[in-house]
Write a protein that binds this ligand. Sequence first.
Ligand SMILES: [Zn+2]
Length: 267
Amino acid sequence: MIRTPDLTGHTVLALHAHPDDESIFTGITLRRLADAGARVVLVMATNGDMGESRVGLGTGETIAHRRTTELERSAELLGVDRLVLLGRRDSGLPGWASTRHPLALAGAEPLALAGRIAEIADAEGADTLIYDDEAGIYGHPDHRMSHTIGAIAADLVGATSYRMTVDREHLHLAAPDGHLVHGAARSAQVAFGRTTAEITLAVAGDERHLQIKRDAIAAHSSQIGPEHLPADLAPAYGYEWFVRNGAPGVLDALGNAHLLAGLSAAA
Ligand SMILES: [Zn+2]
């Protein structure tokens, strides 16, 4: 049984690189924050222009339009109160011409974007920021830039920050090759995630949270099909992992499954 704390009066700002990252890496966390009464602000850095569509687009519809519509649906499922689109371009992977586009996120001036995030956080009274870990979870240039921007913004506003990642040891044992990050890391030819010992906080979801997470990921149907998700979501997607920077804060109130697992193993 997962306890729902009372987080009324708290505001959490989550910064993500591409539409679908919010559901894959923080779907349970955002839904549980909203259920606990926290205000959830989702800032999306790019419109995901480099994602090829699995499905036919409507007349005049661009991939960016399509992905924004999908993101709006996902945000609604996850209980997001406010969605802010920064409107930068998806940079694609190193070596692609798209990395040199003037609006590519990876080539952005981090201070300017961090200033915008800090302004939003200030105006919202956000005491907590969520963004990518130092390695950008799996090294994608847009995720790495999201880390840089998020870290500067958190310093500017003095917020506790939670840097999202994945526990690669957990995934190795529970769901080898079963998480979307496995394929993404293979494409980028990089290592991904953190070791269990490096992770501060694991947020767990129950069956209801997992169903909502599945629906939110599936809302991104131009990118992800039902065949990309396992029938049982729990092994690969039942936890969401963070490395905290700063004093314990709002996300810690959701309970630390990581710590509980450690305690039961020690008992
Ligand atoms: Zn991404």
